[in-house]
Write a protein that binds this ligand. Structure first.
Ligand code: TYD
Length: 388
C-alpha cells in the first residue's frame, strides 16, 4: 500500500513509497494494530492535505464535543485544556472563543498555521512526555486533555500515555475518540485500515493500554463520525467511578468477540466479497458505456482503490474539495483528483461515494446530480446503489 494521504504528481510516480499494510490482532493485549508502520514524519509534514474543516457535519460535531467538555468536565476556575493533534483548530476554536485557556499540539506545520488563523494557540510538535512536561511547566496541569481521530494514529502509544499522565490534573479527564473496531467489523468498513490508523481500538484494548499509566476508563459513548467511532473518557485511578453506560457498552462488546480469530477470518472474507462486487459493478457499468466518477479523495479511498485494483480505466477522476489534493493523483492508483466543479461538467451517470461517512451531507449538497438522473454507489456496509 502507498500512504493514504500521499497524493502525488507524475514526477514522483516512479519513486512512490509503498509498505506492507497488514493489520493483526495481538493475542496478548487484544489490540488490533498494523504490523508495519511507516515513519510518522513521512505521513504528517508541511504538505499534509487533511483539514478537519472540510466537512460541515464534522464542524458541528466538534462544536458539540467542545460544549460537552465545558459543561461536564470543566468545573474549576480558570481551567486549562489541551488537545493532542488539534488539526486546524476545529474543536479548540470553541474554547478560544469562550476565553478558556487552551493549547493545541499539532505536528503538521501547515495545519498548525491554519489553526492559528482561527485564533487557536497551537504548538507545532508531536505530543510526548517531554512536550507534556514543557506544557505543564508553562500552563499548569490540564483539566481536560482531548484528542479526536489522533490516538489511533500514534505508533508510540506509551509515550503519549506517559505525557497524558504527566499533564493531567488530579481530577482531570482524558477524552479521546477514534473509529471503533466493533463498527469497522459490523459494517465491513475495511477502508478504515490504512497507514495512519496504526490501531483500531476497542473498549477492552483501550482499558488495557492505559492501565499501566494509572489511567482508568470511566465512560464511553458511541459516535456516528467516521462511520462509527467511540469516545473514551479516562481518569486517574480511583478518582472517578465507571458510568452505567460503560458497563452496558462493555457487555455489548463482549458479544462481538473482538479477540476471536474466527471473527477476523469472517471479516476478511466479507472484505474479499465487497471488493469483488465493487470491481464487478464498475466493470459492468463501463461495459454499458456509463460514466462513473469518484466523489471525495478520502484517506479511506486509498485502501479501497489499491485493495480493489481500481485505476483511471474504471474511474477517470475523483472530485475533492481540498485544494492541496486537486491537480494531484491518488496514491498508488494514480487517478487524477479534480476540483468539485468537474463533477457537473457534464454530470456523470454514477458517482462512487468514497466519503460514505458524509452521505447525508453530500447527497443534500449534490441534489442537482440526483435530479439530473445520476445515481450514487456506496460500498459500506455493502456495495449497492443508494435509494434517494
Ligand atoms: P473524511 O471522510 O473525513 O476523510 P478521511 O477518510 O480522509 O478521514 O472526508 C474528508 C475528505 O472528503 C476530504 O478529502 C474532503 C472530501 N470531501 C469532499 O470532497 N466533499 C465533501 O462534501 C466532503 C464532506 C468531503
Amino acid at each position: 500500500m502507498p500512504l493514504a494521504n500521499g497524493f502525488l504528481v507524475p514526477d514522483h510516480f516512479s519513486d512512490e513509497y509503498f509498505f506492507e499494510l497488514a493489520p493483526a490482532l495481538c493475542s496478548g493485549c487484544g489490540m488490533v494494530q498494523l504490523v508495519e508502520q511507516p515513519d510518522p514524519e513521512k505521513m504528517f509534514h508541511g504538505d499534509y492535505p487533511f483539514f478537519s474543516h472540510s466537512s460541515r457535519s464534522m464542524a458541528q460535531h466538534f462544536k458539540a464535543f467542545a460544549d460537552m467538555v465545558r459543561r461536564d468536565w470543566l468545573t474549576g476556575d480558570d481551567p486549562f485544556v489541551c488537545e493532542i493533534g488539534s488539526n486546524d483548530g476545529i474543536l479548540l476554536k470553541h474554547m478560544a472563543v469562550a476565553g478558556i485557556r487552551h493549547l493545541g499540539v499539532e505536528p503538521s506545520v501547515n495545519v498548525a498555521a491554519a489553526a492559528r488563523t482561527h485564533g487557536v494557540n497551537t504548538l507545532a510538535a508531536f505530543f510526548n512526555r517531554d512536550v507534556a512536561q514543557r506544557i505543564r511547566h508553562e500552563h499548569g496541569a490540564a483539566s481536560a486533555i482531548m484528542a479526536a481521530n489522533v490516538m489511533c494514529h500514534i505508533p508510540d502509544l506509551p509515550s503519549v500515555a506517559a505525557g497524558v499522565e504527566h499533564l493531567l490534573a488530579a481530577d482531570g479527564v482524558f477524552i479521546f475518540e477514534d473509529p471503533y473496531l466493533g463498527a469497522v467489523l459490523e459494517k465491513t468498513a475495511y477502508d478504515q485500515i490504512y497507514d495512519e490508523h496504526v490501531f483500531l481500538f476497542s473498549l477492552a484494548s483501550v482499558m488495557r493500554a492505559f492501565e499501566p499509566f494509572g489511567l482508568t476508563l470511566v465512560d464511553a459513548e458511541p459516535q456516528s463520525t467516521h462511520g462509527g467511532s467511540m469516545r473514551y473518557v479516562l481518569a486517574r485511578h480511583g478518582r472517578r467511578s465507571p458510568s452505567a453506560r460503560l458497563e452496558t457498552l462493555l457487555a455489548h462488546e463482549a458479544g462481538l468477540k473482538l479477540t476471536d480469530h474466527a471473527t477476523f477470518a469472517a471479516f476478511a472474507e466479507r472484505c474479499r466479497q465487497s471488493r469483488d462486487r465493487l470491481v464487478a459493478l464498475l466493470g459492468e457499468l463501463k461495459a454499458d458505456g456509463k460514466r462513473v466518477v469518484g466523489y471525495a479523495a478520502t484517506s479511506k479511498s486509498t485502501t479501497v482503490l489499491n485493495y480493489c485494483g481500481i485505476t483511471d480505466d474504471l474511474l477517470p477522476f475523483i472530485v475533492d474539495t481540498t485544494p492541496l489534493k486537486q491537480g494531484r493523483f491518488t496514491p498508488g492508483s494514480h487517478i487524477p483528483v479534480r476540483h468539485p466543479a468537474a463533477f457537473a461538467d457534464p454530470w456523470p451517470d454514477y458517482a462512487l461515494l468514497f466519503a460514505w461517512n458524509h452521505e447525508a451531507e453530500i447527497l443534500a449538497k449534490e441534489d442537482a446530480f440526483t435530479r439530473s438522473g445520476g445515481r450514487w454507489i456506496r460500498f459500506v456496509p455493502k456495495v449497492e446503489l443508494i435509494e434517494v
